[in-house]
Design a protein around this ligand. Structure first.
Ligand code: PGA
Length: 252
């Protein structure tokens, strides 16, 4: 049985004092869950979040990183830097980064390799646009993105990757993929991984759904055959709401 991994993506929200208050109340609300809980916070919150999550079951992640280890890359942060302060996870290739910051399948692949070289666990985002879905090429797009992203990795590394399937039309729009659609897309990603890396890797890799996940739809999504949890944006900004998502398995 794969574990469920539920990650919050705060995006460009929350000042350090807000992050500290959030973790104080959120940690009490999720202390009994058996699901894995991750908060991916802005760089400026990382240190505070790490300090305040100590002794809790909350893991801390960043939302991006550069693939080079150091050098003349003004404004960038490397995997080694993240690791040096105790960060465990990093989101790579979020659609907002692909759309607004020119991330490509190639940079995504380089970043994943750099993350592993520094013992960080990548949460890799893939997902189709509305036009691609309407043109009937969604499956092709997401399986190709997955293949490119994981290219050249060892089997043992692929097992540790978290893939987040996030249809772009569902992000921040209030539109959620139906649990059946999301589960089918995730099955095709798992199948692609199976073709390349074999049954054992495909059966172990965590594949989340993301895109307007909230407490009212989390249970339906996360209890399907292949959805192993979620990457949650807007609804992760309120501790009570995000805790309900993490504790989806306690809902009646
Ligand atoms: P959303 O964002 O939950 O606000 O739709 C998800 C994401 O972008 O990771």
């Amino acid at each position: 049985m794969r574990r469920k991994v539920i990650a919050g993506n705060w995006k460009m929200n929350m000042l350090p004092n807000e992050a500290i208050e959030y973790i104080e109340s959120f940690s009490k609300l999720v202390e009994n869950t058996k699901n894995e809980v991750i908060l991916c916070v802005p760089y400026t919150d990382l240190f505070y979040a790490l300090m305040n999550a100590q002794g809790t079951n909350i893991k801390i992640g960043a939302q991006n990183m550069h693939f080079e280890e150091k050098g003349a890359y003004t404004g960038e942060v490397s995997a080694k830097m993240l690791k040096s302060i105790g960060v465990e996870y990093v989101i790579i290739g979020h659609s907002e980064r692909r759309q607004y910051f020119a991330e490509t399948d190639e940079t995504v692949n380089k970043k994943i390799k750099a993350a592993f070289a520094n013992d960080l666990k990548p949460i890799v985002c893939v997902g189709e646009t509305l036009e691609q879905r309407e043109a009937g090429i969604a499956e092709k797009v997401i399986t190709e993105q997955t293949r490119f992203a994981l290219d050249g990795l060892e089997k043992e590394q692929v097992k540790k990757v978290i893939v987040a399937y996030e249809p772009i039309w569902a992000i921040g729009t209030g539109k959620t993929a139906t649990s059946e659609d999301a589960n089918n897309s995730i099955k095709s990603i798992r199948n692609e991984i199976k073709k390349i890396y074999g049954d054992d890797v495909a059966d172990n890799v965590i594949i989340q759904y993301g895109g307007s996940v909230k407490s009212s739809n989390a249970k339906e999504l996360f209890t399907t055959s292949d959805i192993d949890g979620g990457l949650v944006g807007g609804a992760s900004l309120v501790p009570e709401e995000f805790a309900k998502i993490v504790n989806y398995d306690e809902q009646q």
